[in-house]
Every structure is written in structure tokens, then in C-alpha cells.
Design a protein around this ligand. Structure first.
Ligand code: ADP
Ligand code: ZN
Length: 739
């Protein structure tokens, strides 16, 4: 950092401790060259072995940690011209590391996910394959081959990104450009981040909305920590309400962050934001192209991006003056990150607001039990929006009892006569229908008619799912794909495989046969390749160019289709199987969201649930619109069992490629468990929910204790008592989502 050197400046030849974005628990010491001025939070480039890495000055080196001898210290290579990482961000990184029991550096990596180059991307050049043939005299080293492969199609990319993927230096990339095999192009046009205008286009709010918005706006302008549950039925106008909280943050000169479960699904959300505030917000998610990612990261760090909408990782951006977080659909499982640093973005967001002393708003039509309990015990305040905006009524929900003969669909069909009839009526009335089945592909199971052999994923405990659109069998857990075999690998019978059970593709086939003239659109992650494809389907539905929508959960959330009046759920029981105590809560939330798509404007909606267990409390609650009694029963059960949110829980997941070693390590952990403590319960080891995943065997141990106990120190002791081979991985999952 050049510029004014007055505050916190390090003396010539001082040392600094630099945290690297690697799974390291501790910062490393470096020497500061005499002409370099660094403060805590400065971004620097430092040597590590033969590599050069970006890191963050964590503290100045005096009196901390083990002192490396002065003459052995390597110097910081350079300071990067960026505002230092704010103190709050560094404290947040440390807090998350301690809570999730992850190395500080692993959490830091999420905060500086721009590792390869914190350079201003506008100054950089991108590389792509040229049309020229590879010259005969060019020696194709493995690294060069990898680069050519990486660039065989797709957009131009930065040298640093190509090199990182190919596992070589950027010199190799430049060398290929010199040889004429790659061409360079100027960086793509990057968005600017104009200020959203809080006065641009405010809506006239209803009375209930006004009260809610004023309450939130007052909290935002006053500053200080508070957590508020914004609890309102689907279509009650929660988004409009929290937009006013965002406006209040903008007026107060603060940045605002809106976390959404799946940013890819938010095309409509972005349009609404632009309508309200005049410009689009900055977006942050994992699918952004690296240059855009770096560009956005810098805009946030410099305070140029005032409103960020993002997936969970947006929480770790280095906001200089964040003053509000909104977590929309706070109950969503997508907020839980399940690999690397295992964390729940909603919970970490609450911690972030607490550290930063500003308000957080949790919005949902079906809040998680965790959040409802916090609202009940007064830790969160609560705002209710009990009815739909503009007087739209809640849809009428009926249960179709599939056990009854007259409801049975014809052979190898999945829609009952009443649902078929309702679909026909809906289309006749010029309205739209939606069929929901949370199962991608054609059939969930493929079975040999002669011997009963089922096709299983070679890497996972999962059946292969037939996809007719792509003509492949797929594993939905690891992405494994294969062609359908001509003969059964077990009994060698030819052409003997039959599809069992329905996936969305199969339901679409049935509907196409039933209603040959209907215009059908599919909404699944297989048919929607990106936000643009989703936007296209949404436009078609809104324009009335679609009669029937068929899809999985990507269709369930957030969308607002005025002409959609019928929602049919093909298999409402899906998701209730298995022993997970959270299954009921989760199924209720999902089906309630799906049901919420029906009848959002003047035309009343109806929802039909095909179920084999109509007496199940989930179905009853959906049919009677009685969420609160259902959740009260759920809460009672969990309270009795001291399950979250009434107790604490953590999981240890032991995994490795050698089943014997995994079992041995899990058993050793089981023997070393703190079984002497009466307030703790240890469960397992048992096969983890997916006992084999991506070729790794997985075992799980659960530990449960009362709310008053902090599990982390207990886990540290426990893990310290057991030595596991290097090939075995033990992951800690604090507050596991399924238990
Ligand atoms: P929720 O987020 O609770 O599901 P939304 O905020 O999406 O509800 O509102 C549902 C629909 O009603 C949207 O189309 C929205 O634009 C509209 N709406 C909500 N509040 C207002 C308002 N005050 N004035 C005009 N339209 C509104
Ligand atoms: Zn698999």
C-alpha cells in the first residue's frame, strides 16, 4: 500500500503474520521490506515454498506465536493496492472457523475467493484457442496439452485461471500465445455498479406491509443488532417489505446483503429489484465467470457495490460498511454448505449481524423450527403478514387418497382420474396448470425384467436414474453417467431393462399422451441450463404460451404466475421415507411452497396432493392450512428427544476409499467417545446417509447434548484422543441438517 503511512504503520524490517487462504490454522511470519507499509488486513503477496500466494496481514508479529528466527524470515513480495480487509471480516472469519472447527485459512479462502489474482481485471488479458493448427515443432508437454484441452471450447479466460486449472504457471499459457496457438482478447465488458436509488420507484404498501416496513426501516436506521422473523404466507408481499429495509440501509449510507437460496433462480427477483431501485444489484454466486467475480469482489471491498444479492458465500465478502442482511426463504436447505467448511449460511449470517451490530431479517412462509423457536423465546422479534397481497385467497388444498381404487391411475401411468379431470378443466378455462414431482429424469430405478438386477452407481449408494432426454443413466449424487446397457450385466438377458416408477420426464410423457394439444414446458435442472433458459420459460408462462408446467423443485419457489390456478403434486409422500426427524418439516416446507404457486391473483387456486398417507400430519396440515399446530407437534417431539433446536448436535463423518480403514477409524472414534458424561448422547458409528459417495465409504457418529453445553471443546478433546490414518478424513458438521 502506498499513500499515507500514518496509521498502524509497521517499522522498517518489522515482521507481520500473514494468514494464507489454505487450510492452515495459524498465520505465518514474514519480514516486511523497509519501504513497505502494512496494516492488519492488508492484502499481500508472499512466498510459500516455491509458490507465490496471496494472503492477508492478520496482525503485526510482535509478541505472538512462535518466533521464527529473524534471518530465516522470507520477505513479503508486495502489498496489493486495495482497502485492507475490514476488522469485522477478519473477526467473522475467525468466529466461523472456531464455530465450525475449521482452519482459519479455509474460511479465509471463502472471503478471498479471488486467490489467483487480486489484480484489477480490467488491466488483464484473456486467452483462447486460435484457429491456427498446432505447429509440428511445438513440443506438447502435459501442461500444454491440458491447457489446450481446457480451452478447446468456452469463453476466453485469464491466464491465472487457466494455469490454476492446468496446474502450471502462467508462463506456460503465455508461451502458447507466443507460439500462436492461443490468441489474446481484451477483457470482457464488466458491469459498473451504479448506486441503487431508494426513492426510485416505491410501491404503495398495504397497511400490514407499511407497519412491517416501518418497523424494519426504523431498526436499520437506528443501527444495532436485532434479528427479525418476517413470517408471511406466499404472496403476502414479504419481498416488497424487505425492499423497504434495503432502502433504509441505502439512505443510511450502508451496504445491504440479500441472501437467496439459489441465485440462479432469481431472474424475477433481479427484475423486481431493478424496478424498485432503478438499477440491478451486484450478484454473487458460484457460477460467475472468474473475471466478473474478481471485479465484483473489488467493488464490494471498495464499497462501490451498495447492494449485493447472493448465494451463501456472499456472506464472506469484505464489506466495509454492511448495515443489513436479509435471508430470504430462510428455511431452505440450500443455505447449508455440506463440503469444505460445513456451515449454515443463515446461522452464520445472524452471527455476522451480531458482530457488525446491525439488523438481520429472516423471511419465510414456512420458517424453520430453529427460527420459530427463537421467535417464540424472544431472541428474535417477529412480524406477521397473514394474508396475500391484493386480497388473493389462499388456494384450496385437497388430498387424493391413492389407496382408493377409483383413484388408481391406469397401468404405468401416474396421474389419478380426478387430477386428470382437473387438468382438463383448467386448460379448458384458459388457465394454467403445474405438475410437481421432485424427481429428475424418466425413472428413478432401472431394473432387469429377467433377474431383478438394478443398475447402481459404481461410486455411490444410489440407483442410476434413466434420463430419456439425454439418453443416459445418471447418478444424481456424483454425476456419473453411462449409456443404458444393451444386455443385463448380471443375467445377460438382452433388452430386459424396464423403468420403474415416475420421474418428471415420464410424467411429461403421460401428459403429452393425455392432452396432445397442450403446450407443455419442463422446469428441471436438466432442462434449464442457466438463468437465461429459466427466464425464457418464465416469460413463456407469463405470456400464456404454456398450458402446463411440469417440473421439480426448481419450479417450486418464488415464481409468480398470475394465470396458474392448479397445482398437482404427483407424489406428495416422496421425502417422508427414511428415518430423518427433519423429514416432516422439510416435506411440509417444500409442498407448502409448491402449493403457494397456485392462484396468486384474482383467480382462485387449487392444489391436489396425491398421497398414500392422507392421515399423515404433513398432509393434514397442508389440507387444513394449519401450519402452526403442525409445527407445534413437531416442536414437542423434538423437545422431548432434545433434538435441535432444543438441544445441540454435531456429526462426525469418517470417510475414505478403503472400507476396512474407514470402519476401523469410525470404531476407534466410537471407543474414544465421551461416554462418561450423562448429559451427552453418542450415536453410531453407523453408515452415513449416503454410505458410499463418489467412491468414498462414509460412516457417521452423532453427538447430542443440552443447549447449555458447547460441543466444540468436547469434540476437540474427542478428536485429539484418536489417531486416524492419513487416508481417512474426519469432517465435523456442527448442527447437521439431517440427523
Ligand atoms: P412474497 O415475497 O411474500 O411471496 P411478494 O413480495 O412476491 O410476496 O408479493 C406477491 C405479489 O404481490 C408480487 O407480484 C408483488 O409485486 C405484489 N405486491 C406485493 N405487495 C405489493 C404492493 N404493495 N403493491 C403492489 N404489488 C404488490
Ligand atoms: Zn454416484
Amino acid at each position: 500500500m502506498t499513500g499515507d503511512l500514518l496509521s498502524g504503520v509497521t517499522a522498517p524490517s518489522a515482521r507481520v503474520r500473514v494468514q494464507l487462504p489454505l487450510p492452515l490454522p495459524e498465520p505465518y511470519d514474514y519480514r516486511v521490506p523497509g519501504d513497505m507499509a502494512l496494516v492488519p488486513g492488508s492484502y499481500v503477496e508472499v512466498p510459500l515454498g516455491p509458490r507465490r500466494l496471496f494472503g492477508v496481514v492478520w496482525a503485526d508479529g510482535d509478541g505472538q506465536g512462535e518466533r521464527v528466527e529473524e534471518r530465516k524470515l522470507r520477505p513479503v513480495i508486495r502489498a496489493i493496492d486495495l482497502p485492507p480487509m475490514p476488522d469485522i471480516t477478519r473477526r467473522f472469519v475467525e468466529w466461523v472457523a472456531a464455530y465450525t472447527m475449521s482452519p482459519v485459512g479455509a474460511v479465509l479462502r471463502m472471503a478471498v475467493s479471488v486467490s489467483a489474482a487480486l489484480e484489477d481485471p480490467r488491466a488483464l488479458t484473456a486467452y483462447m484457442r486460435s484457429d491456427a493448427a498446432v505447429p509440428d515443432d511445438l513440443r506438447l508437454t502435459p501442461a500444454r496439452k491440458r491447457i489446450l484441452e481446457i480451452l478447446s471450447d468456452g469463453p476466453p479466460r485469464l491466464a491465472a485461471d487457466i494455469a490454476a486449472e492446468a496446474g502450471c504457471g502462467t508462463g506456460v499459457v503465455r508461451g502458447l500465445a507466443d507460439a500462436g496457438v492461443l490468441t489474446t482478447v481484451p477483457m470482457l465488458a464488466l458491469p459498473r455498479f451504479p448506486q441503487p436509488d431508494p426513492e426510485a420507484n416505491p410501491k404503495t404498501l398495504s397497511g400490514a406491509q407499511r407497519l412491517a416496513a416501518d418497523d424494519l426501516a426504523a431498526k436499520v436506521s437506528a443501527g444495532g443488532y436485532s434479528a427479525t422473523l418476517l413470517d408471511g404466507v406466499t404472496g403476502s408481499g414479504k419481498t416488497e417489505v424487505y425492499f423497504e429495509a434495503v432502502a433504509a440501509a441505502l439512505r443510511a449510507g450502508k451496504q445491504a446483503l440479500v441472501l437467496l437460496p439459489e441465485i440462479a433462480l432469481s431472474a424475477q427477483w433481479l427484475d423486481r429489484f431493478a424496478q424498485r431501485f432503478g438499477v440491478r444489484p451486484a450478484e454473487w454466486h458460484s457460477e460467475m465467470a472468474p473475471p466478473l467475480r474478481r471485479h465484483t469482489w473489488r467493488a464490494v471491498a471498495k464499497g462501490e457495490a451498495r447492494v449485493v444479492v447472493g448465494a451463501r458465500s456472499a456472506l464472506f465478502l469484505p464489506y466495509p460498511d454492511l448495515g443489513l442482511i436479509v435471508v430470504d426463504e430462510e428455511h431452505e436447505a440450500a443455505f447449508k454448505q455440506e463440503d469444505g467448511v460445513i456451515y449454515h449460511a443463515r446461522d452464520m449470517a445472524v452471527a455476522r449481524a451480531h458482530l457488525g451490530r446491525f439488523p438481520i431479517v429472516l423471511a419465510s412462509a414456512t420458517p424453520s423450527l430453529e427460527t420459530l423457536v427463537n421467535a417464540e423465546n424472544g431472541r428474535y422479534s417477529r412480524i406477521d403478514l397473514p394474508s396475500r397481497h391484493g386480497g388473493a385467497s389462499m388456494p384450496d388444498v385437497t388430498l387424493i387418497d391413492m389407496r382408493r381404487k377409483e383413484q388408481a391411475p391406469p397401468a404405468r401411468a401416474w396421474l389419478s382420474p380426478v387430477l386428470r379431470e382437473a387438468l382438463a378443466q383448467t386448460m379448458l378455462a384458459g388457465e394454467q396448470g403445474m405438475l410437481f414431482l421432485n424427481r429428475r429424469g424418466y425413472a428413478p430405478l432401472t431394473l432387469c425384467r429377467s433377474c431383478g438386477h438394478r443398475l447402481q452407481c459404481p461410486n455411490c449408494t444410489a440407483w442410476l436414474v434413466e434420463h430419456r432426454l439425454t439418453k443416459r443413466l445418471q447418478c444424481h449424487h456424483c454425476g456419473y453417467q453411462a449409456k443404458s446397457p444393451d444386455a443385463c450385466p448380471e443375467c445377460e438377458a438382452e433388452g430386459s431393462f424396464v423403468a420403474c416408477g415416475p420421474g418428471v420426464e415420464r410424467v411429461a410423457e403421460e401428459v403429452a399422451t393425455l392432452f396432445p394439444d397442450a403446450r407443455i414446458a419442463m422446469m428441471t435442472s436438466d432442462t434449464l441450463s442457466g438463468p437465461q433458459a429459466l427466464r425464457t420459460v418464465i416469460e413463456q408462462v407469463k405470456d400464456g404460451a404454456v398450458d402446463l408446467l411440469i417440473g421439480t423443485q426448481v419450479m417450486a419457489k418464488g415464481h409468480h404466475f398470475p394465470m396458474l390456478t392448479l397445482v398437482g403434486v404427483v407424489d406428495a409422500d416422496l421425502g417422508l421415507a427414511g428415518g430423518d426427524p427433519r423429514a416432516s418439516e422439510r416435506t411440509f416446507q417444500l409442498l407448502h411452497q409448491v402449493a403457494g404457486r397456485a392462484g396468486r391473483e384474482e383467480r382462485p387456486g387449487r392444489v391436489m396432493l396425491q398421497t398414500y398417507m392422507p392421515e399423515n400430519p404433513v398432509m393434514q396440515a397442508l389440507a387444513s392450512h394449519d401450519r402452526d399446530s403442525f409445527l407445534a407437534v413437531e416442536a414437542d417431539q423434538r423437545r422431548q428427544l432434545e433434538m435441535p433446536p432444543f438441544g445441540r448436535m454435531a456429526a462426525l463423518i469418517v470417510s475414505g476409499e478403503d472400507e476396512g480403514l474407514v470402519d476401523a477409524a469410525a470404531a476407534a472414534l466410537g471407543r474414544a467417545a465421551p461416554r462418561d458424561r450423562e448429559d451427552l448422547t453418542i450415536l453410531g458409528p453407523a453408515p452415513a446417509p449416503l454410505a458410499v459417495l463418489r467412491g468414498r465409504y462414509r460412516r457417521r457418529l452423532l453427538i447430542k447434548g443440552p443447549k447449555s453445553v458447547s460441543l466444540q471443546p468436547i469434540l476437540y478433546d474427542w478428536l485429539a484422543r484418536v489417531e486416524v490414518p492419513a487416508s481417512i478424513r474426519v469432517q465435523v458438521d456442527i448442527d447437521p441438517y439431517s440427523f
